[in-house]
Every structure is written in structure tokens, then in C-alpha cells.
Ligand binder design. Structure first.
Ligand code: EPU
Length: 363
């Protein structure tokens, strides 16, 4: 049944019992009791009004690329953010500010920026999802984090019921963190993001995979354009099954399922003893406060969960150990059973607690 609109001129439609699996890259999940696709800030306000009248819980859905939905679905209102608008550019000196609507496909945004020869987000090509989702978990890949170019985020504040603009500082960005997924979770709904690019900047190839990809060009000191890097990153991601390609089983995932753990140095030493592998052969990177970041993928492998591992219809990608996948008709219960088995084994063997990266709904 379709519900009548609160505002007669509105095109907002609220549907009932809408299966959520097709809205997620995992292709898993039961129905939403109510579902609204909002294409403007006015429609967003209207959808919120609908939920408040019925005392429904609200869940904001973007690209569904970092999400695990329960098999029984969600008993509230899912608001699918489909707010679109042409990109707005504002030039000041050597900087260009670009404002994008939350519903815009992230990769299309990256491509539009790279096509103008602008550097700043080229390493984030091929990340599934929408623009509005990127500040929430501060997406990052191949040496770039979205936070380094975001200057402002416009959002609906559900406490004051007004649209506000948060500065970079106010967003509280850190590795895969912001106020939107920590201290102020469920308070804001992002509708617009503003980025600032330095037109004098050029692609910064810090990441080993990229250096390897461009080895011959770098040896000849060739200048690489943001678009060259865009294509390289997409190709590297494809090789790791981290690009959504319809029909490829490895792509039915939510990307990295665990964050790379940041641990005290003593954990690294302990790991070296337990595995009898010298510290320098264990992938790790320096982290703030004298800690070290470990590669979760490597830990999984060493704990007995290699690429291609299967447990029922859930499994591990054949191309990257950190992506849990839906091998076909997997339930959320099968994915969480695999997750729990992995976490328990890694904790017992290596004394490392793995933190889940994807958001979960109804679980
Ligand atoms: N490794 C393995 N096995 C694998 C893959 C990797 O042992 O199958 C080890 C290797 O030692 C490798 C290290 O893990 O050097 C790091 O692997 P990789 O460069 O593929 O990156 P990652 O740490 O696994 C992170 C992000 C990805 C992002 C890539 C590239 C997190 C949780 N994940 O993965 O982001 O694309 O770096 O920069 O930080 C995501 O968050 O969903 C995501 C895909």
C-alpha cells in the first residue's frame, strides 16, 4: 500500500514491506516495514514527520555498500537518500570548492573530479556507495581519506529538526570514524558534502600497490594525471574483488568486514612469538601514541581463514581475505556465524579483538 503524502504537492511515496537485500551490496536482508525514497530535503522532512507520527525508528540508507541487514528486516522506516543535484563549483585562487548532493554515486563524483584534472579523491575510485555515506565512516583507500578534502557537511539535525552545516573540525574525523558513526550516531542525516581541492596538487602515490602498478612510468619520471590513477585504482580494486561487478560472487560483500586493528607494540611482539615469524615479516604500520596498525587480512589468513574459505553460504572472497562474501543465498545469520567464528579464533590465538566495519541493521 502507498501512503498519502502530508504535503499534497509532494511526490514522496512511502511503501510497505520492501525487501532490503537489493539495496545492499551483500544482497542480504529482510524487508523494511516502511520505505521512503527521498529526492529532496523537503521530502526528507516529510519522511521524518511520517516516522514521528507513527513512533517509528528511522534508518538512513545510502548506497548500502557497508551494511549488513538482518534476515527479519527492520520494523521501522528506511529512508533511502536519493537527493541529487548538479555539482556546484566555486573557484577561489588556486582552490576549487565542489559541493555534491548526498545521493550522488560516489564513483561518478570521483570520475567527474578526475576528468577535470583535479587531484584529491582519485585513490578513492571504485568505492561503492553514495557521496553522503563517505564522511560517515571517513572512507579511505590507497593512501587517501575523504576527510582530507571535506570542508563542510550539510545535514538534517534530528534533534533541532533544522538543516545545519558542520565544519571539517566539527565532523571529528579519524580512521573510519566521524561523529556520524560514533558520538552523534543517529542524530544527523547528511544531505550535501563540500570538498576543497588544490588545483596545484598532483596524485600522491604512497601506497605500495600503486607504486607497483606505475613502476615503469615512475622510473621514467612520467607525470600521472588524476584520471590515470582513477583507472589504476579501479583495476587494482577489481583484482582484489573490491569493485562491484554484477554477477561476480566476490563482489557480494560489504568491502572490508573488519577494521585493521590498532594495538600496543607488545601485541606485535607476542604475535611474532606465537607464530614464530620475525616482527619485520609481519605487516604493520606505525599508529599514533606508539601503537601499531596490523593488517586484519593477514591475521585472518594466519588464523586459518584463507581466501575462498566457506562456511555454509557465507565465505571469504577468493581475492581478498578481509571481504566476507555471500556465496549465493546466504542469510545474515550465516554471515554473523562466520564473523563470530573468525573473531573468537583471532582473539584466542592472537589476543586481538577485531572490530566489525559494516553497519548492521535489525541485528
Ligand atoms: N593481506 C593479506 N591477504 C589478503 C589481502 C591483504 O594478508 O588477501 C595483507 C597484506 O599484508 C597487505 C595488507 O594485508 O599488505 C593490506 O592489504 P590491502 O592493501 O589490500 O588493504 P587492507 O588493509 O586490507 C584497506 C581498507 C580498504 C582499502 C584498502 C586499500 C580497511 C579496513 N580497509 O584494506 O577499504 O580499499 O586498504 O587502501 O582499512 C573498506 O574499508 O571496505 C575497504 C575496502
Amino acid at each position: 500500500m502507498l501512503y498519502p503524502q502530508a504535503v499534497p504537492s509532494s511526490r514522496l511515496q512511502i511503501k510497505e514491506n520492501v525487501p532490503l537485500a537489493p539495496y545492499t551490496t551483500f544482497r542480504i536482508g529482510g524487508p523494511a516495514r516502511f520505505f521512503a525514497e527521498v529526492t529532496s530535503e523537503d521530502e526528507l522532512l516529510e519522511a521524518i514527520q511520517f516516522a514521528r507520527h507513527r513512533r517509528l525508528e528511522i534508518f538512513t540508507l545510502g548506497g548500502g555498500s557497508n551494511l549488513l541487514v538482518s534476515d527479519s528486516g527492520f520494523d521501522g522506516l528506511v529512508i533511502h537518500i536519493a537527493i541529487g543535484a548538479p555539482l556546484q563549483f566555486l573557484r577561489s585562487g588556486s582552490f576549487i570548492d565542489c559541493t555534491a548532493a548526498a545521493g550522488m554515486d560516489w564513483n561518478s563524483f570521483v570520475l567527474a573530479i578526475c576528468e577535470q584534472g583535479i587531484s584529491g579523491v582519485e585513490c578513492l575510485a571504485g568505492i561503492p556507495g553514495s557521496v553522503g555515506g563517505t564522511p560517515v565512516q571517513n572512507v579511505g583507500a590507497y593512501g587517501q581519506e575523504v576527510a582530507s578534502t571535506i570542508t563542510h557537511v550539510r545535514a538534517l539535525d534530528l534533534e533541532s529538526n533544522t538543516f545545519i552545516t558542520l565544519s571539517h573540525q566539527e565532523c571529528g574525523f579519524a580512521y573510519r570514524h566521524s561523529i556520524f558513526n560514533t558520538t552523534h550516531r543517529n542524530r544527523y542525516i547528511v544531505t550535501q558534502v563540500t570538498f576543497r581541492f588544490d588545483t596545484n596538487a598532483s596524485p600522491n602515490l604512497t601506497y605500495a600497490d600503486l607504486k607497483k602498478h606505475f613502476a615503469s612510468q615512475l622510473a621514467k619520471n612520467e607525470i600521472l594525471s588524476p584520471l590515470d590513477v582513477y583507472h589504476a585504482v579501479r583495476s587494482i580494486r577489481h583484482g582484489k574483488g573490491m569493485l562491484i561487478v554484477e554477477g561476480e560472487a566476490d563482489c557480494r560483500s560489504a568491502g572490508s568486514f573488519f577494521k585493521n586493528p590498532v594495538v600496543p607494540e607488545s601485541v606485535l611482539t607476542q604475535l611474532s612469538t606465537v607464530l614464530q615469524i620475525p616482527v619485520e615479516k609481519i605487516p604493520h604500520w606505525p599508529a599514533p601514541e606508539g601503537r601499531v596498525k596490523l593488517a586484519a587480512a593477514w591475521l585472518l589468513d594466519k588464523a586459518g581463514f584463507p581466501k575462498g574459505f566457506a562456511m555454509g553460504n557465507a565465505g571469504i572472497s577468493s581475492r581478498h581475505t578481509l571481504a566476507l562474501i555471500n556465496r549465493g543465498n546466504a542469510t545474515a545469520a550465516e554471515v554473523t556465524a562466520l564473523r563470530d567464528t573468525i573473531r573468537k579464533t583471532v582473539a584466542e590465538r592472537f589476543a586481538v579483538d577485531l572490530e566489525q566495519e559494516p553497519v548492521q541493521l535489525g541485528l
